[in-house]
Design a protein around this ligand. Structure first.
Ligand SMILES: O=P(O)(O)OC[C@H]1O[C@H](O)[C@H](O)[C@@H](O)[C@@H]1O
Length: 656
């Protein structure tokens, strides 16, 4: 069962009878001490969080769900919540409609930072969301990135060379011109790669014929056509959230003055920028990898002859993979869908998590008798596949498939995923001799964790988020949806050469799936500028409720500093500087049933909401967990004063 924002509102009074609800509330009002959380009205500034020193380290906690001592976060950071009423930010000038000039006018730029990316609204059309990714904002961010690059360089004698690619969004050409202008005014030599993919942009810093110092991809991935954004690379890889924060801050500090100067318009003539054909070279690079690794005994240059592969690019940037990679290697790609780039995305959003994208691809695979279907997201840093039987392989299944392939190449390797991955995936990896490290949501967090484990001497070849962002140590720690498909295609050919009858789906036949997986999103109310702090407040209150023993049966997954040798590892927000969103996972135990499942609670990276993921191996388990949380946490903690809990309520009261 999967659900996100699709749960129907309860018709009439389908939920707990009102009287029963009153009894519940009365009981909990009597037994639970509700902490005072200063959140008077939604227009007052929220509380802020002050990180304190880490709690002392200890041995691995053997938590008992029924005793408070087991409900302890061994390495959790103590968080102190304090009211901010008299601090600077509360006295700042409000930014109205993302357009104000004042003491904090630059906040409109700072708010464009989404973790390691910049994302914003580039075109009118979203109700209640004005355009904030303006040409001026993009120009200033480009200029600040250029300055940041100069600061990073030891030798200053050569001009910094920066390439720029983009997806087909309608706002792309205009914003690219602004980006070129910003980079040029920072003294960079700029190269226009036109339509490109995000991983290809990074590869433009590596492939010897380009070898740029840095690259920027303009994309908003699977988000609506009205959005756009920026992803930044140097030869080291993608920038971290902290680095992007510094760049946005630099741009923010220039914003008010430049806006006055420009009168709100970007009047600069765009510089003349040479165009370069990166994608042909990148496609050739992928073809060479397939040829070399398959080393076909009779058809070295066309190892895909006799294979049918259907690609669904969703009108994003991924069409090249069908025409310039697979077809040129001999594959029949005639059943492919939506290969032509179209920035209005008329069919569906390019996204391997999108149900329409997956089911259309499934239909095409079955109709054409294809061996494999491939789904890319807009900028091709994510992918999913469909096997020859029509089974969708995305999320945990894709991680399992890649893990199965890589664990044969690198026995015992560690696989890092975000903590929304299922318990069945952990068992799947461990059954093949691998180790599973569960970490923070956000592709950059997952990749950085893998890089860090390698630095610490823990061999880690696979880093994959359940969203389909997958990076391999062998491929520059780069999340590259096309490279993941290259690995799968090579395996498909090898299996056939070895005489195997089954398709790649047969490699994950023993993956156990949860009985239920549900995602509910709770909108954060009030002024957008306080949304992040309110989100932190809600998520931290959940953690404190468990730590203080107010949620009997709930246990934080708090193994933040256990060795990967000991199995799973779940981060506990233990590096405050690097935290880009607050999140926790907690298991729920029932006295008679044992472990019912887990919930993962976090702030959304993109929108003012709290995402609540739940998984259970018991039918009805998600509803039990949601019901418990609804009555014992959401209603009693005060979180419901600034978070809209309707979707959880609807789920809880939904007839099963
Ligand atoms: O916070 P959400 O809106 O659920 O989005 C979360 C996701 O955002 C982007 O797509 C990132 O690339 C992912 O790494 C992340 O998991």
């Amino acid at each position: 069962m999967h659900a996100e924002n699709i749960l129907p509102a309860p018709a009439g009074n389908q939920g707990l009878p009102h009287a029963l609800l009153q009894i519940f509330l009365h009981i909990f009002a009597c037994t639970i001490v509700v902490p005072h959380i200063p959140m008077a009205t939604l227009t007052t500034p929220p509380a802020t969080l002050q990180p304190c020193e880490h709690a002392a380290r200890g041995g691995r906690a053997l938590c008992s769900p029924w005793s408070r001592s087991r409900i302890r976060c061994r390495r959790a950071r103590a968080i102190r919540i304090r009211a901010e009423a008299s601090t600077g930010s509360s006295s700042r000038v409000a930014v109205v409609g993302g357009d104000g000039i004042g003491e904090d006018a630059g906040d409109v730029i700072r708010r464009l930072q989404n973790g390691p990316d910049v994302r914003g609204v580039a075109l009118e059309g979203e109700k209640g969301r004005p355009v904030d990714l303006t040409p001026l904002a993009v120009e200033l961010i480009g200029e600040s990135f250029g300055e940041w690059l100069h600061d990073q360089r030891e030798a200053q004698e050569q001009q910094v060379r920066v390439s720029v690619g983009r997806d087909p969004r309608l706002s792309g050409p205009r914003l690219s011109a602004a980006l070129f202008a910003g980079l040029a005014s920072a003294g960079c030599a700029v190269f226009d790669m036109g339509l490109a993919t995000t991983p290809a942009c990074f590869m433009s810093t590596i492939l010897p014929q380009f070898s740029y110092d840095a690259s920027i991809m303009m994309t908003a991935s699977h988000l609506p056509y009205t959005r756009n954004g920026l992803k930044f690379f140097t030869k080291r890889g993608g920038l971290t959230s902290n680095e992007v924060e510094r760049i946005c801050d630099l741009a923010a500090r220039k914003y008010a003055a430049r806006k006055k100067m420009a009168g709100g318009n970007n009047n600069n003539m765009p510089p003349a920028v040479p165009q370069v054909d990166l994608m042909s070279a990148y496609a050739e690079h992928l073809r060479d990898i397939i040829k070399e690794r398959v080393a076909h005994p009779t058809s070295y240059d066309t190892p895909l002859e006799g294979f049918k592969v259907t690609v669904n690019a969703g009108n994003g940037c991924g069409g090249f993979f069908a025409t310039d990679v697979l077809a040129k290697l001999g594959a029949d790609t005639s059943g492919s869908l939506h290969l032509d780039p179209d920035g209005t995305f008329p069919n569906h959003m390019p996204n391997p998590e999108d149900a329409t994208a997956m089911s259309l691809t499934r239909g095409a695979v079955l109709a054409h008798g294809a061996d494999l279907g491939v789904v890319f997201d807009t900028d091709v840093d994510r992918s999913g596949v469909v096997d020859s039987t029509g089974a969708a392989i995305n999320g945990d299944r894709l991680i399992a498939l890649i893990s199965a392939i890589v664990l044969r190449e690198h026995p015992g390797t560690t696989v890092v995923t975000d903590a929304r991955a299922g318990d069945g995936l952990t068992r799947f990896i461990e059954a093949r001799g691998g180790r599973h490290c569960l970490y923070r949501v956000g592709y950059r967090n997952v990749i950085d964790k893998g890089a860090q484990l390698n630095e610490d001497g823990v061999e880690t070849h696979v880093m994959m988020e359940t969203t389909g962002h997958g990076a391999l140590k062998e491929n520059h720690f780069l999340d590259d949806g096309a490279y993941m498909v290259v690995k799968i295609v090579i395996e498909m050919v090898r299996m056939r050469l070895a005489g195997s009858e089954g398709g790649v789906g047969s490699l994950i036949e023993d993956l156990e799936e949860p009985a239920e997986a549900v995602l509910l999103r709770m909108d954060i109310g009030g002024e957008p500028k306080y949304a992040k702090q309110r989100g932190i407040q809600a998520v931290e209150t959940f953690k404190e409720y468990i730590q203080e023993g107010k949620l009997e049966g709930w246990v934080l997954d708090d193994c933040g500093d256990c060795s990967v040798d000991q199995g799973c590892l779940v981060d506990s927000n233990d590096h405050p500087i690097d935290v880009d969103a607050y999140m926790y996972r907690a298991k729920f135990y029932d006295e008679s049933l044992g472990q019912v499942g887990w919930v993962h609670i976090r702030q959304s990276v993109h929108n003012p909401n709290i995402a609540l993921n739940m998984q259970s191996c018991i039918p009805g388990g998600c509803k039990s967990m949601a019901t418990d949380l609804f009555h014992r946490f959401l209603l009693t903690s005060g979180v419901n004063e600034f978070v809209d809990i309707t979707k959880v309520q609807n789920f809880v009261t939904l007839d099963s």
